[in-house]
Design a protein around this ligand. Structure first.
Ligand code: GAR
Length: 217
């Protein structure tokens, strides 16, 4: 049965746009049923509206992370959601939602975890830290969310070279192109029930990943 997906956002929403496009094209066996934003100014809300997808604005309002996550959990349960996707969502989920949705919350991160991740590592600051560190390779990671920050089982990763003349803009632009393929691939695999978590490892089951439709993205 087609999965009901909620996408949580805080900003631009280019990854949300990709997910909508690919689910409507039949590449993902699921429907983007709800968009939740922590920020009323997020352009992602405009994208949801243009595609007639219901959206909610849930402000953090200086609550604890647990209390904020409980509000999100209630909304998710009310909307009968199967999968939560964090696509540029800049708040930390904690408490009951982590257990209730274990291995059913997917996060996208613009680096090769476990490098350049954790609290406060996002946006321009992250890509600047990558450039200043002198590493030759960065990338993107899609992983399941556990009780830590960017510590859950890794589903997919892809490397992006850091070029000598890279700026934050050029590097983040190339990482974004990879993210726009990697996140839909992971969501597609989840919706086909092809992801099995064993400890920290995620097994891709049910046929060769390389030969499957997800490789064509
Ligand atoms: C993406 O690069 C995503 O990896 C990052 O926010 C961006 C959202 O872009 N998320 C994090 O850094 C989370 N730690 P978008 O709003 O255009 O989809």
């Amino acid at each position: 049965m087609s999965k009901r997906i909620a996408v949580l956002v805080s900003g631009n929403g280019s990854n949300l746009e990709r997910l909508i496009e690919l689910s409507r094209a039949g590449f993902i066996d699921g429907e983007i049923s709800l968009v939740i934003s922590s920020n009323e100014k997020a352009f992602a809300l405009e994208r949801a509206k243009r595609h007639s997808i219901p959206s909610r604005i849930l402000h953090f309002n200086s609550r604890s992370c647990d209390a904020y996550s409980d509000v999100i959990l209630q909304t998710i349960v009310d909307c009968e959601i199967d999968l939560i996707v964090l696509a540029g969502f800049l708040k930390i989920l904690s408490g009951k939602i982590i257990e209730r949705f274990r291995n059913r919350i997917i996060n996208l991160h613009p680096s090769l975890i476990p490098s350049f991740c954790g609290k406060g590592m996002y946006g321009e600051r992250l890509h600047r830290a990558v450039i200043e560190s002198g590493v030759r390779i960065t990338g993107a990671t899609v992983h399941f969310v556990d009780g830590g920050t960017d510590t859950g089982p890794i589903i997919l990763q892809e490397a992006v070279p850091v070029l000598c003349d890279d700026t934050v803009e050029s590097l983040s632009g190339r990482v974004a192109l990879v993210e726009h393929r990697l996140l839909p691939k992971a969501v597609s695999l989840f919706c086909k029930d092809r992801l099995t978590v064993r400890g920290k490892r995620v097994l891709i089951t049910g046929g060769s990943y390389e030969n499957s439709v997800v490789e064509r993205l």
